[in-house]
Design a protein around this ligand. Sequence first.
Ligand SMILES: [Zn+2]
Length: 58
Amino acid sequence: MLVKVVTFFLIGIAVLAMFGRLKFPGQSRLENAKCPKCGRYKIGKGPCSCGHIGHRKG
Ligand SMILES: [Zn+2]
């Protein structure tokens, strides 16, 4: 009985790890937050410190 519980627990962790690898949380958001000009991460909605205003069209 206990072996079954442990097996299911391990399978659950494995599935979670696989999903975590496939869909890294916030990865695409971080890419969108990057300045297309200098590649630095922008904080907030304002223009980058390099002067580039991040308009995202399409
Ligand atoms: Zn920039």
